[in-house]
Write a protein that binds this ligand. Structure first.
Ligand SMILES: *Cc1c(COP(=O)(O)O)cnc(C)c1O
Length: 376
């Protein structure tokens, strides 16, 4: 039988997994709805209208939680992005995206055959996407193409550096040039408060398996009133079925767990500042250990941390286990989630750890650094 014990026996630092960890309640609900199509017991033709379990209420509550006019469930953030591009862009149309975008953003643009302009980020070590650079790129597009891009996408927090972008300022710039604005909140919504209206967002995509503490696969696409008709267009032959959703999306335990978890998320996002404090504390202590440096904007405004660690690389060169020493030393201390063998730099997240765990983590790194130096 397949088994996985990582969350039970280890402190797991893998940033893509930190916000998707489940608790016992969510695991129970997932088990209750594990059978195929079990969400459909009382379905009258559309997933989002099911009253038992209350999927229809979930849709209303999500719209309130995210500050969007309309909400549809997708299988993930990427499906939401692809849906927006597919409905708004014709082949050859221009889209503007930030250069810190997720690979799935780029792949989606290929899927719709859009032409891409990327907003450059600032140089090493910050890699920041600034509103100025965003506006400059729009101007450059207008100059070259004679018209503004058909769609603008911004990654709210990227997965390489954990940089939080200024969505509000960039959405105002897009309004000025009348460009529909899509915010990719895969790493933010569910962790911190994200309100589409307050941020001036036309389309908001979320990843529930990344940031809502549920198994997924599940995503949310928030849509502003203005675009409602394009997105919620019904089939002529089957008038209950949304064309863009091919009728229904997530027909499994994922939707049931989202219903269960949403009320708790309202509290969870209230604790975001403390999550940021943990990340800052970790960075500060790590940087005091030696030649270790946080990459990306400082101080941290998100829990995803990228560290450049030439110091650990040097240690690995002298170690009999080479670069694997770090992974193994951490594993021996009940810590996992780094890429085995990687020592020049790594990404981790402290999201959801208790202060005691964060301090234990720092202590473990201190021990590894000192012990190894003495043991060569
Ligand atoms: C993880 C991630 C995605 C992919 O999310 P899915 O829900 O798995 O499609 C997209 N964008 C960013 C910025 C991410 O970090």
């Amino acid at each position: 039988m397949l088994n996985r014990y990582r969350e039970e026996y280890f402190i797991n630092l893998n940033p893509i997994q930190a916000g998707g960890k489940t608790n016992s309640l969510i695991r129970k609900v997932a088990t209750n709805f594990v059978d195929g199509y079990s969400i459909c017991d009382y379905c009258a033709g559309a997933l989002h209208r099911i009253e038992k379990p209350p999927v229809c209420k979930l849709i209303i509550d999500l719209a309130k939680f995210l500050g969007t006019d309309e909400v549809v469930l997708t299988h993930g953030a990427r499906e939401g992005k692809f849906m927006v591009m597919n409905l708004l862009l014709d082949p050859g149309d221009v889209i503007i995206i930030d250069s810190n975008r997720h690979y799935s953003t780029y792949v989606a643009t290929e899927g719709v055959k859009a032409r891409v302009y990327e907003v450059p980020c600032t140089s090493y070590p910050y890699f920041e996407i600034t509103p100025d650079a965003y506006e400059e790129t729009i101007k450059e597009i207008i100059k070259k193409e004679g018209t503004s891009p058909k769609l603008a996408l911004l990654t709210h927090v990227d997965g390489d550096y954990g940089n939080l972008t200024n969505a509000l300022e960039i959405s105002s710039i897009c309004k000025k040039y009348e460009i529909p604005f899509l915010l990719n909140a895969a790493y933010t919504a569910g962790r911190m408060k994200v309100n589409a209206k307050e941020l001036g967002v036309d389309f908001l995509v979320c990843s529930c398996h990344k940031s809502f503490g549920i198994p997924g696969p599940l995503g949310i696409l928030g849509i502003s009133e203005k675009y409602k008709d394009i997105f919620l267009k019904k089939s002529e032959k089957y008038p209950k079925k949304d064309i863009s959703l091919l009728g229904c999306t997530s027909r499994s335990a994922s939707t049931a767990t989202l219903i269960e978890t949403l009320p708790h998320l309202e509290n969870r996002v209230e604790n975001y500042e403390e999550e940021v404090e943990k990340a800052r504390f970790f960075v500060e202590r790590m940087e005091s250990l030696g030649e270790i440096k946080q990459i990306g904007v400082k101080p941290k405004k998100h829990d995803l941390i990228r560290l450049e660690t030439p110091f650990l690389y040097e240690m690995g060169l002298k170690h009999r286990k080479k670069g694997y020493f770090l992974y193994e030393e951490l594993q021996d201390r009940g810590i996992t989630g780094l890429t085995p063998g990687q020592t020049k730099w790594f990404k981790i997240s402290t999201y959801g750890l208790t202060w005691k765990q964060v301090k234990y983590l720092v202590g473990a790194f201190e021990e590894i650094v000192h012990q190894e130096t003495n043991n060569f």
